[in-house]
Design a protein around this ligand. Sequence first.
Ligand code: ADP
Ligand code: MG
Length: 228
Amino acid sequence: MNDLGVKPVVELKALTRSFEQGGERIDVLRGVDLAIRPGEIVALLGPSGSGKSTLLQAVGLLEGGFGGEIVIAGHSAEKSNSRARTALRRDHLGFVYQFHHLLPDFDALENVVLPQLVAGTPRAEAEARAQELLVALGLGHRLDHRPSQLSGGEQQRVAVARGLANKPDLVLADEPTGNLDEATSDRVLAEFLSLVRGEGSAALIATHNERLAQKMDRVVRLHEGLLA
Ligand code: ADP
Ligand code: MG
């Protein structure tokens, strides 16, 4: 494949991040370079504490304090003010958090509708999109259930649908099935991957699941602050 001219959905250049811990400075990211092409699904592996969440927070433009450069769909995050960063997040990124981030007072459908309304999608269109995603994930019979009325696997499927609702160019997922038992985790992660592929989104997925990581397009590993 000739990649010349294909603009990456995200580019990290010499990304660094340090924290103070008990009066000591620890360098968690020491110069991470990464480019993800449109539609490419990348597994982010690394032992606990290696900086996976820190890296995803940087790409998600959720926190400051980073050195180096983050470029989302050609836009440099450093050169954007906070309003522009919010727009970059909304227009290009989707997040799959673990299921406790679902809104408890809203049903499954509404949890997937709301981020679309925030992005300016008309309600009828947002509902149709939410229903399509939830049906694709096998939740057609759970649309009006609140999170507390759903199993862990079902809640995580709602979180997946929500993360994809705005058709993001890049989906960021931090151990998206980490709360589930192994069999459920395997199933939900496989469904997540096939849905992301069908949608044509790129994804960066932190996971401990080596086996499922091998089903992604590329595996990168964090080791001593650098990607290998
Ligand atoms: P992973 O997700 O791979 O388990 P993290 O990104 O959560 O790793 O953490 C990497 C390292 O950075 C750990 O040593 C952690 O203690 C440290 N760290 C993360 N966030 C903070 C913070 N807000 N303040 C201080 N140290 C932090
Ligand atoms: Mg983590």
